[in-house]
Design a binder for this molecule. Structure first.
Ligand code: HEM
Length: 316
């Protein structure tokens, strides 16, 4: 009886804190049966002409889910006095928003007002992984789009200088485990990073060391070449791993060699639990793929919104 009351109260409290609605794989089967192929085509068309698109969409989905849940708040434009997430410091390097607009246009023509922008982004992230040679999975759908987006809230995103306990805290606050942290960090097998994201590791690291001792000297030397202090081009940087358009487990092998790009990548070796997982994923492509899929479904199920937006850049 007492347990029943506690459970009931918990459900009541939770229903106020976060909107509870369940996602399902067949959510649009009746209302918009072509939804998945419309999104897949938009992603494929864009990726054919621009190889940087898949990485951009995967990161966009992660940044969406970590602020206010996966509610497409990252897609809203700033308006009037309100500076949106998109214009917050960690998000200024996000790009390829036009791919989501293209998909939305196709979806509004086929089934107006039905498919949320948050679902489009979750599907586009999955399609991006598939197009890069990674695993596929069924994306649970039925997310709603949020009506709020604040640049100030992007400070809630994990930073590349985070240590393992900061990373653990950031993930656990969203119901994600250490295993999710290690598996999802594998997203860094794709894409590009600007110098600013790792600059503190390659010069003036601390009062006694110029270079982060956890970074392999050969990587530090080449990064210093790519990122000169003077006359550095605005878009200077490096690919996250040498096979940066292929979704593979190279990322983990590099970490074991001291060649992780960010402190937050290299930090995965700091405690035995995450180090063991890095070793496991480095030695088994399949273990990585399976874990990545499981954790992506978990991350992309953090819900938050209220409506189905007509235009992904503005609230209804
Ligand atoms: C664990 C905490 C994480 C931190 C601190 C972090 C940080 C960063 C930073 C600083 C960049 C480079 C941005 C730039 O300089 O332009 C980046 C890129 C990227 N991140 Fe993460 N990230 C994390 C987790 C994730 C997760 C969970 C995913 C997806 C599952 C992800 C996917 C990506 C991708 C694909 C890129 C390349 C983006 C592009 O080429 O446009 N990251 N990340």
């Amino acid at each position: 009886m007492a347990i029943g009351v506690v459970l009931f109260s918990l459900i009541l409290v939770l229903s106020f804190v976060s909107p509870i609605y369940s996602l399902s794989s067949n959510y649009y089967d009746k209302t918009c049966p072509g939804a998945e192929s419309i999104v897949a085509n938009a992603v494929k068309n864009a990726a054919t002409t621009d190889k940087t698109v898949p990485a951009a969409l995967l990161r966009m989905h992660f940044h969406d889910c970590f602020v206010r849940g996966c509610d497409a708040s990252v897609l809203l434009n700033s308006k009037g006095n309100n500076k949106a997430e998109k214009d917050g410091p960690p998000n200024v390097s996000l790009h390829a928003f036009y791919v989501i607009d293209d998909a939305k246009k196709g979806l509004e023509a086929a089934c107006p007002g039905v498919v949320s922008c948050a679902d489009i982004l979750a599907l586009a992230a999955r399609d991006s992984v598939v197009l890069s040679g990674g695993p596929t999975w069924d994306v649970p759908k039925g997310r709603k789009d949020g009506r709020t987006s604040k640049a100030s809230e992007t400070t809630q995103l994990p930073a590349p200088v985070f240590n393992i306990s900061q990373l653990q805290q950031s993930f656990s606050q969203r119901g994600l485990s250490m295993e999710d942290l290690v598996a999802l960090s594998g997203g860094h097998t794709l894409g590009f990073s600007h110098c600013s994201s790792f600059a503190s590791r390659i010069r003036n690291f601390n009062t006694t060391q110029d270079i982060d001792p956890s970074m392999h000297p050969s990587l530090a030397a080449s990064l210093r070449g790519v990122c000169p202090t003077k006359n550095r081009p605005k878009n200077a940087g490096t690919t996250m791993d040498p096979s940066s358009t292929t979704f593979d487990n190279t990322y983990y092998r590099l970490i074991l060699q001291g060649k992780g790009l960010f402190s937050s990548d290299q930090a995965l070796l700091a405690v035995p639990k995450t180090k063991g997982l890095v070793e496991k994923f480095a030695s088994s492509h399949k273990e990585f793929m399976d874990a990545f899929v499981k954790s992506m479904i978990k991350m992309s199920s953090i819900t938050g919104g209220q409506e189905v937006r007509k235009d992904c850049r503005v609230v209804n």
